[in-house]
Design a protein around this ligand. Sequence first.
Ligand code: 5GP
Length: 116
Amino acid sequence: MGSEPSIFTKIINGDIPGEFVYKDDKVVAIKDINPQAPFHVLIIPVEPIKNAYDITEENANIAGHMVLVASKIAAQENITNGFRLLINNGVDANQEVMHIHMHMLAGGNIGPMVCK
Ligand code: 5GP
């Protein structure tokens, strides 16, 4: 038994395609299939943590690593004038994929964050 792997686990495992921009032993970053900015990637831990409710003292290091990776991607992609990092956490935030991920948005002035 066990739950079905997330769409992101399938991409990480190469079972379905993804456009990777970064990879290490803990985290990958892929282009979002439905970009909301000129540059839109998803920074995803290999460990399938569901969301921030499942961050614990034991696994919290991954959150810092995800921010470090965003900074590395910015250097790699020559994003020098700013970017936005965003986590949709849980149902009220419209989290669609239940495998924690950080959106990295950039590409010129992407405007203010918009909430309903
Ligand atoms: P959430 O609402 O969970 O924060 O965002 C999930 C994101 O995953 C969305 O921006 C959506 O476009 C993206 N996404 C969903 N399925 C796929 C997929 O199969 N491949 C890629 N690259 N992105 C996906």
